[in-house]
Design a protein around this ligand. Structure first.
Ligand code: ADP
Length: 569
């Protein structure tokens, strides 16, 4: 800030004054070119200006008296005019520019000072608001220290070959046959190519073999996300401690408070309304009429058994539930839905769909399969079809929260909650044009549980569809709260669920892996727990908003007091 400060006015004036000590270094001035001393030149031009001005005015008066035309000039008059102009230009150059400049300078100084004052005020306000120390002067940028991950000369040779492009980075695992070494070599090569350090991204402590070919390609480390626990959540008579991976302060604490309130009132209960994963290829025909024939064929109940046999060959867990067809001209979107056991089921349903498409080519040889996914599925995108028809597990979960718990644990009252829910989650979301977003923050809880338990985080999009309802019951004393979530897409086998940390979180919930007794019951239970935790999260956040606590608690739990300026890259 001080660097930008202009010298004060008296300092500027002082700087203008000639000083004896600076004679040797004073830059040459225009007046140095004059043959006479400056004061003498000034005096001559002053005298000249006023005398010729006087002379010309005098001549002008005489001409008017004698009715002589003004434009008829004598030689002496012409000389006087030239002298007048010359002396005027000199005097203007000497005094006038300084005079004009002094105005300009004063104005710009004023503006600067005003701007600086405003800026000072803003900085002061910002400093008070954030309570941070003044920004230290910028340090010269140091070259980053690249920490090597490799040890042997052999590895050094491979790193060099990756850096200069002789070995493709993606081929390291198959060439070396050791996933950890491959990750270390790739990481070193990456640091050298980019000149950027990966310090802080851990390499050790992860089983890179477990992700090979299924979870992540070209690994160079892993990201750590803290896992907190909320609960116990009393759901359908059983207590669950819910793992949540998040970096959002307050979230676990808030969900925990909701669990406490629910448990204090006898717990929540849940129902699985539907369980089916969908995949919808798009196929094209020459005419819309022919496309409609396929639609009628697939939706005819008489053909269902045949289609099921073909579809279910894909897996012992895949069971076709139905096909729903939508048309766009001569294109048909075939939304197949099937149960998938304990798997989230995208692979399983895709294989079943492929079987049916191959089979259909016999009766519909003119069918052109454009894509195995035509977005009518609809995966990882907000879509009304999932909100209305459901995808994955459709769950409803409810609880009755007693008046005293609303007051003592949630610090609000039933009427305030019911009103807030109506105006925010229902009317507010309608005003916003929400699609499945009739809730306060379902996606917060869904994402945190998804990350902790190895679900596909991108499916948070449709898995967070939720309508939260709140009504007063028991003569208006107690609160009935429910969440209805039509498309929770979870699995307990496959994908990221088999990784060590995620598997441990599933184990905590008692839903790790495949259920031997009743395939699909683990993934359905996981979906119910997700909905139960969402219920707790909704209850707590809505209460915080109704009681006006939201900002206060976020300032307490969600704002680090550490100096963030040290964390910048
Ligand atoms: P997704 O279909 O969710 O992508 P994967 O295909 O990766 O899942 O994983 C499912 C795999 O797990 C299948 O090979 C399936 O045969 C196997 N599996 C074992 N037990 C079960 C079960 N109870 N439910 C579903 N799949 C199971």
């Amino acid at each position: 800030m001080d660097l930008r400060r202009r010298p004060p006015p008296n300092a500027t004036a002082a700087a203008k004054r000639p000083t004896t000590t600076t004679t040797t270094t004073t830059p040459p001035k225009a007046s140095d070119a004059l043959p006479l001393p400056l004061y003498l030149t000034n005096a001559i031009f002053f005298t000249l200006f006023f005398s010729v001005a006087y002379y010309l005015l005098h001549r002008w008066r005489d001409k008017i008296r004698t009715s002589t035309p003004l434009h008829l000039l004598t030689f002496s008059e012409i000389s006087a005019i030239v002298s007048l102009i010359a002396s005027f230009i000199y005097l203007l150059g000497f005094f006038g520019i300084d005079f004009v400049q002094s105005f300009i300078a004063r104005n710009s100084n004023d503006a600067w000072e005003e701007e600086e004052e405003n800026e000072q005020q803003k900085l002061e306000q910002h400093r008070r608001a954030t309570q941070i120390l003044p920004t230290p002067p910028p340090q010269p940028q140091q070259p980053e220290t690249l920490i090597p991950s490799i040890s042997s000369a052999d590895d050094e040779e491979i790193v060099c070959s990756v850096v200069d492009g002789r070995t493709p980075s993606y081929s390291l695992e198959s060439r070396i046959g050791d996933c950890f070494r491959a990750a270390a070599i790739r990481r070193d090569a990456l640091q050298r190519v980019t000149g950027r350090s990966l310090k802080g991204l851990p390499l050790e402590g992860f089983d890179y073999d477990s992700i090979l070919g299924q979870c992540c390609e070209m690994p160079v480390g892993y990201v750590q996300i803290p896992v907190g626990v909320a609960g116990p959540l009393l759901l359908d008579g059983v207590q669950y401690v819910v793992p949540m991976a998040t970096t959002e302060g307050c979230l676990v604490a808030s969900t925990n408070r909701g669990c406490k309130a629910i448990s204090a009132c006898g717990g929540a209960s849940s129902v699985v309304l539907r369980d089916g994963m969908s995949r919808a290829p798009v196929v094209r025909f020459g005419t819309a009429k022919r496309a409609a024939e396929l639609k009628f064929f697939l939706e005819d109940p008489l053909n269902f058994d045949t289609l099921s046999v073909v579809f279910n060959r894909s897996s012992r867990f895949a069971r076709l539930q139905g096909v729903q067809c939508a048309m766009a001209g001569k294109n048909v979107y075939l939304r197949f839905t099937c149960s998938t056991g304990d798997a989230m089921g995208m692979n399983m349903v895709s294989k079943g769909v492929q079987n049916v498409l191959d089979f259909l080519q016999n009766d519909f040889p003119d069918m052109d399969v454009i894509g195995i996914s035509g977005n009518y599925c609809s995966d990882k995108k907000p879509a009304a079809v999932n909100w209305i028809e459901g995808r994955g597990k459709s769950i409803v979960c409810e609880a009755i929260i007693k008046e005293e718990v609303v007051t003592k644990v949630l610090k609000t009252n039933v009427a305030a909650l019911v009103e807030l829910n109506m105006l925010k989650n229902l009317a507010g979301s309608a005003v916003a044009g929400a699609l499945g977003g009739y809730n306060a923050h379902a996606s917060n809880i869904v994402s945190a549980i998804f990350l902790a338990t190895g679900q596909d985080p991108a499916q948070n999009v449709e898995s967070s569809h939720c309508i939260t309802m709140m009504e007063s019951v028991n003569e208006g004393r107690d609160l009935h709260i429910s969440v209805t979530m039509p498309s929770i897409e979870v699995g307990t086998v496959g994908g990221g669920t088999q990784l060590a940390s995620q598997s441990a979180c599933l184990n905590l919930l008692g839903v790790k892996g495949a259920s031997k007794e009743s395939p699909g019951s683990n993934s359905r239970l996981l979906a119910k727990i997700v909905a139960g935790a969402v219920l707790a999260g909704e209850l707590s956040l809505m209460s915080a908003i109704a009681a006006g606590q939201l900002v206060r608690s976020h300032m307490k739990y969600n704002r680090s007091s550490r100096d963030v300026s040290n964390c910048t890259s």
